[in-house]
Design a protein around this ligand. Structure first.
Ligand SMILES: C[S@@+](CC[C@H](N)C(=O)[O-])C[C@H]1O[C@@H](n2cnc3c(N)ncnc32)[C@H](O)[C@@H]1O
Length: 417
């Protein structure tokens, strides 16, 4: 199952879509086996750049994509060393037969045995290349190196790690300290992180979280949890959350203050998820399917005190949660997203009341979507000023162990003279 998922992603599908397909196709498989296959697919994609190079150097002629993905997944499993080498090779050989017929068994057997014999030299050769060493496409490495001469290697290294599981405690239902006690009573190790956050020592399935079904907590990265406090929506305000699905930040805004929130997204299926999430948490917003570049079509002339624009972006700051991203993105996607972000900024800025504030956010680390985008916006809008945000001062939160990479710019419209 893991190799099928990797093959689909290598062919251009998103990891979420490929996993959903695989789970449907293997619905009879025991949950633990499906979980193990999912972990292997993630691990293989994290190591893509390294394992594909090894796989390619082992074959004299390129095999069909499913077999190439199978070899990569098997090499990843062999390198992890959690199961015996012979078991892994035997299982891969059997899988090859069911994927591509008996003739592929010999090929897979031969390349994996050669990998085991020549492992050290093969790994050394793969690590001698930048894509192999950093497990990212070359253009991505080059962009980060020029944008962050001192940090690019740690950004790449963090993107290749396992993300932590961070929770946001619903202030309307409990307190962070009371929830910490609930976790302790359930023997779940955790520490507090940020105003509403709790970081678990080890990830667990959401259904196993105390109080999850009752809406006491949500899963949300600590970097994403900064948005609601930076937005600073106070009681009684009219708030627009443009690009709101699946509603993580909408919910946090509503948990913190008695405000009226309009939550808009142009994806109907994802918009349903805003409703589901708010229902679970006992929160209410005006949820709308609409294009945020054309607010007149869904909110008439309404203006808002606070606007959160959590813009669509390359998601280059959340790669450790979505390792497919680094292989699916193309270099021109940056300019494409930047153009959409500019259109959203321009349309939504007109919807602020004078003196109102807009929080522009992305989960990207590419400057064109962040700092450069905002500088251009400020040069076009003398009535806009950028307010200082305490953490991080530049607005660019680089990915680190405790949080993903995010960018925040808080923009205020000068009150009319
Ligand atoms: C980064 S995600 C938002 C995450 C969300 N704020 C949260 O915290 O759960 C960006 C969202 O923008 C939506 N989107 C993209 N273009 C849009 C547009 N023109 N109008 C409205 N929503 C849009 C996407 O469907 C996607 O759900």
């Amino acid at each position: 199952m893991a190799s099928g998922v990797v093959a689909q992603v290598a062919g251009g599908a998103s990891l979420n879509a490929a996993l959903a397909d695989a789970f449907r196709a293997h619905r009879d498989l025991a949950a633990a086996l499906r979980g193990a296959a999912q972990d292997l697919a993630y691990a293989t994609l994290r190591d893509y750049g390294f394992v594909d190079r090894i796989a390619d150097s082992l074959a004299t002629r390129p095999p069909q994509p499913e077999i190439r993905a199978l070899v990569m997944a098997a090499i990843t499993a062999l390198r992890a060393g959690r199961r015996g080498d012979h078991t892994i090779v035997d299982q891969a050989v059997e899988a090859a037969a069911s994927l591509a017929g008996e003739r592929s068994k010999g090929f897979v057997n031969a390349v994996l045995r050669r990998f085991l014999r020549e492992r050290e030299a093969l790994e050394r050769a793969a690590a001698a290349t930048e894509t192999g060493r950093h497990r990212h496409p070359q253009w991505w490495i080059d962009r980060l190196r020029s944008a962050y001469p001192g940090d690019w290697e740690s950004i790449l290294a963090t993107a290749n790690t396992h993300p932590p599981m961070t929770l946001r405690v619903n202030r309307r239902r409990t307190t962070r300290d009371a929830y910490m006690m609930r976790l302790a009573a359930a023997a779940l190790e955790a520490r507090v992180l940020g105003e509403d956050g709790v970081l678990l020592a080890r990830p667990i399935p959401v259904e196993a979280l105390p109080g999850f079904r009752e809406g006491e907590v949500s899963v949300q990265d600590a970097g994403a949890q900064l948005a609601a406090s930076l937005l600073g929506a106070a009681h009684g305000m009219q708030v627009l959350d443009a690009c709101a699905a699946p509603g993580g930040k909408t919910a946090h805004i509503l948990e913190r203050a008695d405000v009226t929130v309009t939550a808009v997204d142009n994806d109907p299926a994802r918009t349903m998820r805003i409703r589901e999430n708010l229902d679970r948490l006992g929160l209410v917003a005006n949820v709308v399917v609409g294009d945020a570049t054309r607010p007149g079509t869904w909110c008439g002339d309404t203006r808002f005190d606070r606007i959160l624009l959590d813009a669509p972006c390359t998601a280059s700051g959340v790669v450790r949660r979505h390792p497919d991203i680094k292989w699916l993105r193309r270099v021109d996607d940056i300019a494409r997203f930047a153009a959409t972000q500019e259109a959203l900024l321009e349309a939504l800025w007109q919807r602020l009341v004078p003196g109102g504030r807009m929080l522009y956010a992305t989960c990207s680390v590419f400057p064109e979507e962040n700092f450069v985008q905002v500088e251009r916006f400020l040069s076009r809008h003398p009535e806009a000023r950028r307010l200082a945000v305490a953490h991080p001062a530049s607005g660019q939160l680089l990915p680190a162990q405790d949080h993903d990479g995010f960018y925040y710019a808080l923009l205020e419209m000068w009150p009319a003279a």
